[in-house]
Design a protein around this ligand. Sequence first.
Ligand code: MSP
Length: 521
Amino acid sequence: MSKPYYITTAIDYTNAPPHIGHAYEKVLADVMTRFQRLNGREVYFLTGVDQHGQKVQKSAEKVGLSPQDFVNGVTQHFTALWEKLNVRFDGWAATTDPKHKRVVQAMLQKLHDCGQLYKASHTGFYSVRQEQFLTDKERGPDGQFGEEWGEVVELAEENWYFKLSEHVEWLKGYIRTHPDFIFPSHRANDVLNALEGKALDLCISRPIERLSWGIPLPFDEKFVNFVWFDALTNYISFAGYLAHECGNDDLPDFSKLWPADAEIIGKDILVPAHAVYWPIMLHALGFSDDQIPKLIVHGWWNVKGAKMSKSTGNVIDPSALADTFTPDGLRYYLMRDIATGYDADFSEERILNAYNKELGGGLGNLLNRTLKMANNYRSGVIKRGDFDDAMCESLRQATAEAEAAYPEKMESWSIHQGIEEAWKIVTAANGFIELTQPFKLAKDEAQSARLDAVLHHLAEAILHVAILLNPIMPVMSEKICDQLGWSLPSGFKLAELKWGILPDGHQLGEGVPLFPRVEIA
Ligand code: MSP
């Protein structure tokens, strides 16, 4: 038995409600989860929320709530969205969960005990307004710190440091010898470039008087843990790392689950957090090279070429889009209009087109026409018969070719190309109607066997499309199967997908439009 496919995503900051970028990442993970299951693999899918840190503490202060009440409220927006979009995870990683806190503290203690942490004093320029130390990077062309930093004072502060620099040579070697560590592989160069120059250690604490909303260091309670150290640990804490000694016995068996087969993150958090801090943390904790997780780095959704931001007012709300285009319509758009690893531009025109023309006009119309003809000419009963000709054969072949290509595209994160494969069947089936003209065959008794073959081929081809699109549009897929009078058996595997699923004499259902046209003024 191979180990379960362990898939996780970045955990979302709970200082603001989710936008379309958050939705994209979680849908991508959910699609991969459903695909792996369809392909016969056991899967564990973990996602969650990043609830500590300065951003949250400040946002809570602004609205006069305690940080915990504040994050509880924002977290609900995320969980409600995942429910709505049918993002179905097996584990929920919330960093204020006491189970997680215990593991973070045990991990910090372990690093402390093996001499990986030390206390030191740092003198530097500190922005009172932004509550952070500044470096030369923050200086303007005139050598001064700009107005955005407010009052800047020279300050000496004691903190705890992690001996990151000690492991940088190991990391460089690891990256060079493990081309599959980061997908897409060209991103590995960004990491190697960032590792050029003098390596510094990492400050992993914040004095409690400056930041109280975090996990206290177990060996020095005057400090809380730096939020990234806390957040990155979620990938192991909720997978059962140190579960026994932390009393987390209800979590998965770590030895069976780890390492993660896919940690899905956006390109902005690759360097330094996921590609430098994270593998080095694991290495320092004694994880071997084959225990380092794989990173899947996706691009960004922008709006008219610009970054989404509250101040520009161009933040796209995924929940409203799901109301307009159905949750599956939004999932389809988010998967078909981007190539994993690259950026995409959100466009209302494109989502409208994807929904009305591709889903409604292409797939929905094909299903509707087929069911209407089968119900009109044959009371919805499919006969297989033994009629065959080149047109039928060509539709079977197009289906077989698409099915052969689909798994490899999906497995390698080329979801948009996996969708294209399914679409080749839709196009072939629509072309098949034009060529065979079943409405004419129905008028000629002598063509009866041919009409039966045509209707059977159409229904069978649509069923195959529904199965291939199941990971992307689980609800619509089920509805299509339902209209075809068939239900996907639980545990159905792609390997069972062969021509001839619908038996002779099969009764099809009624056609009900699945993608009612959306009009936008
Ligand atoms: N909390 C950190 C991650 C900690 S992981 C141990 C964080 N949170 S975030 O809310 O800012 O971002 C969550 C995820 O959403 C990240 O992977 C980020 O790259 C992704 N996205 C944020 N904006 C995005 C787009 N506009 N488009 C696509 N994904 C984007 O970073």
